[in-house]
Design a protein around this ligand. Structure first.
Ligand code: ADP
Ligand code: MG
Length: 700
């Protein structure tokens, strides 16, 4: 291997196989973890840093302390006991001796240490038969790495069992990086060299990389992290700026007049628009008037009143004799939009149609012909809209609902069916701001941040099953007052059969044993849509008092009289889903109640339910959700590069993201092809390191 190195220059693009001590076998394992080239390792960011200020002396620790102790192993062995065996390691740091104890994985631990090893232990100090560290974490140090004597800061790297088995524990990574720095002749491209970054001060990339992996001071680590975070966000924003630029190059059309339809619908509204709705409509109208194609994301919590905003937008377009289409991810949601919008269309004789997968034969042909002739003015549908035989006369507005559930390709097919159509994406999934400008950074964002007046905040309570009799009494009383109630059961793909059984036996029990005098309905996703419609209609007309369902009601119904929701096994739902479900109540004028039945205690579950009890604010819930799950899972899409990045952190990086965005957008505005001489490094590095992000954006 070494020979090979002398033939080739070692650059940031060199394969790790050729680094001393790696070799093909270990390189293969590293590659599995996304680490193939030297560049990959250089961007492999430590998860923690250990410096002498963290370290405690054995003679000063007390029971209960969270301690970091560095010492030499002076003895080790298995201690046999009447009850159970334990493995013990005794260390000394010159001020005293301390014993570390493991009760599990003894055989594995036994081989980890040899006497004389220098080790950093992290754990809680316990007192029994003297002070002990039980099941501490540890990091083996090389003899030159003792931070107490050398005043060094030790970088600690993330690892996995598989990496560790190949020697890539924290120490393994430190050793690997040391040998890389000895050999490395060419650092990764620094995209900011020779670039005016305004008031953002950035250290050079080689400096940043070296400060991260061989840290000299905490201050330097901070500056270096800033530099690396900035770069990563910068490239993502470059991508957003480029995508936006592509859209902006297309000349949009001008829809300046609000027109008769808008006026007539507006005059007949049974309510006055909220300030937030008016603000958003202005933003949209501004886009429609301008020759630049609209590309706007409309965010509004459930119940915030997006439907009327969509309607008035469509009315402007239809008033110009063009067509508008609404694409929704599920049939239920498409039907809901159809019903919601039809109310308004009927007032002013706009011809609205629903194109569903289930419509076939002559019905379908006649629908398609209306769409082609332009007699269908507002077209609602699912993916059915993008089939090749759907041809529009003049599609000028596309409204995509819950757009993160569609691929970019699908949106593009629909867009291509029109002539530079305006695009309005809508979502009821509140997205934390930092994520919105990252994942939807190519769009303008409008937010309806206010609920219509008169809504009474929902009261949410977490209960254990023991409290259910009380809950049922309460439901009986509310039903006597005329209210209706949802009872929701979880339905997860992996446990679908069991879940359906639970829902169906829950339904039987509620009808037969608990509410024999009330009418209980039951819907689930596996039933025929006709049957489901009958049950649904009964509930809408208040013929049934209680509706048991699996999660199919998550989207799609607006029943103001439903004032109670019981969510069974609530701990199994994610925050976003709980919030969506709860949004089905609290739509009327009466106080609504959401009862979360918690059957299993897990820490994460408790935390989630606690948040639901505390707040009704979708954005607050979204922030918490992001904190708990991370950005990749936040959208329910597959994890990918940026989502898994070790460098970025969406809770903390808000200010950096905004600065990186500003710089990226300025650059792309001036030089959209990034061919100008100060931008060539940006272009080169983008293609080399961040190109895979393109796929990621295609998901979002
Ligand atoms: P979402 O944003 O969840 O789609 P909807 O558009 O379905 O919300 O609106 C929820 C309910 O609020 C509907 O019954 C709608 O008629 C009503 N609504 C919408 N805007 C207002 C308003 N400004 N004042 C009072 N009620 C409103
Ligand atoms: Mg809606």
């Amino acid at each position: 291997m070494d020979n090979q190195n002398s033939y080739f220059k070692t650059t940031y693009l060199s394969d790790l196989t050729y680094i001393k001590g790696v070799g093909p076998h270990r390189a293969a394992v590293l590659k599995k973890h996304g680490l193939q080239t030297i560049q990959d390792i250089l961007y492999y960011i430590p998860r923690k840093f250990l410096d002498r200020t963290h370290i405690m002396k054995i003679n000063s620790v007390r029971a209960g302390d969270e301690a970091v102790i560095i010492g030499k192993v002076i003895a080790k062995g298995i201690k046999k006991n009447r009850k159970r065996n334990s493995f013990q390691v005794t260390i000394s740091d010159g001020t005293g001796i301390m014993t570390c104890v493991w009760f599990h994985s003894i055989s594995w631990i036994t081989e980890k240490f040899i006497e004389g090893d220098l080790v950093a232990f992290f754990g809680k100090v316990d007192f029994y038969n003297g002070l002990k560290l039980v099941h501490p974490d540890f990091d083996l140090l090389d003899s030159g790495e003792d931070p107490i004597n050398t005043n060094q800061i030790i970088a600690q790297y993330p690892s996995t069992a598989e990496l560790k088995s190949m020697g890539f524990d924290s120490r393994g990574f430190r050793r690997l990086l040391r040998s890389i720095f000895l050999k490395l002749e060419e650092f990764p491209i620094d995209p900011f060299v020779g670039l005016n970054t305004g008031d953002v001060r950035l250290i050079s990339l080689p400096d940043a990389i070296q400060s991260i992996h061989s840290p000299e001071s905490l201050e330097k680590i901070k500056t270096a992290m800033f530099r690396l975070k900035f770069e990563e966000h910068f490239f993502f924003q470059i991508l957003m700026a480029l995508r936006r630029c592509v859209l902006r190059e297309a000349t949009g059309r001008i829809f300046d007049k609000k027109g008769e339809y808008v006026k007539r619908i507006y005059d007949r509204l049974p309510f006055t628009l909220t300030k937030a709705q008016i603000k958003v409509l202005r933003e949209i109208h501004h886009d429609l008037k301008s020759p630049i194609q609209m590309n706007r994301l409309l965010q509004g919590d459930v119940g915030s009143g997006k439907t009327i905003v969509a309607m008035l937008t469509a009315a402007i377009i239809i008033g110009h004799n063009s067509q508008a289409a609404v694409m929704a991810p599920t049939e239920i949601l498409a039907e809901q939009h159809f019903t919601g919008l039809k109310k308004y269309c009927d007032l002013v004789n706009i011809n609205i149609v629903l194109l569903k997968g289930g419509i076939t034969g002559d019905d379908r042909l006649s629908l398609l012909s209306d769409i082609k002739k332009g007699t269908a003015q507002l077209i609602i549908g699912t993916h059915a809209l993008i089939q090749s035989d759907v041809i529009f006369k003049d599609l000028a507005l596309i409204i995509v609902d819950e757009q993160h559930r569609f691929g970019v390709d699908q949106r593009k097919i629909l867009i291509d069916k029109g002539y530079h159509p305006e695009v309005l994406a809508m979502t009821a999934t509140p997205i934390p701001r930092t994520l919105a400008i990252t994942y939807h950074g190519d769009m303008d964002v409008s937010v309806i941040d206010e609920l219509p007046k008169g809504r009474i905040p929902i009261i949410t309570k977490v209960v254990t099953p023991g409290r259910l009799p009380k809950v049922y009494d309460f439901i009986r009383k509310e039903v006597e007052k005329g209210r209706q109630c949802f009872v929701v059961y979880p339905l997860i793909d992996e446990s679908e059969k069991m879940d359906l059984e639970a829902a169906s036996s829950g339904f039987k029990k509620l009808q037969k044993d608990i509410f024999p005098k009330l009418k209980v309905g039951y819907i689930h996703g596996k039933m025929k849509s006709d049957d489901r419609d009958i049950e649904m209609q009964d509930f809408i007309k208040n013929k049934s008092n209680i509706l048991v369902s699996t999660t199919v009601i998550e989207v799609g119904i607006d029943i103001p009289n439903a004032a109670i929701m019981v969510i069974e096994n609530a701990e199994r739902f994610g925050l976003a889903q709980l919030h969506q479900l709860r949004g089905r109540i609290g739509r009327g004028t009466e106080q609504s109640y959401c009862i979360l039945v918690q059957r299993k205690k897990t820490e994460a579950g408790l935390h989630r339910l606690g948040i639901m009890e505390k707040t009704n604010d979708g954005f607050e819930i979204a922030e918490e959700d992001l904190k708990m799950r991370g950005p990749g899972e936040f959208f329910g899409t597959q994890q990918s590069g940026y989502g898994k990045s070790l460098i970025v952190n969406f809770q903390e990086d808000g200010a950096i993201i905004r600065k990186a965005r500003q710089l990226a957008f300025n650059i792309v505005e001036k030089d959209p092809h990034l061919t100008g001489s100060p931008h060539q490094n940006i272009r080169k590095k983008f293609m080399q390191k961040y190109k895979s992000m393109l796929d990621f954006v295609n998901i979002g």
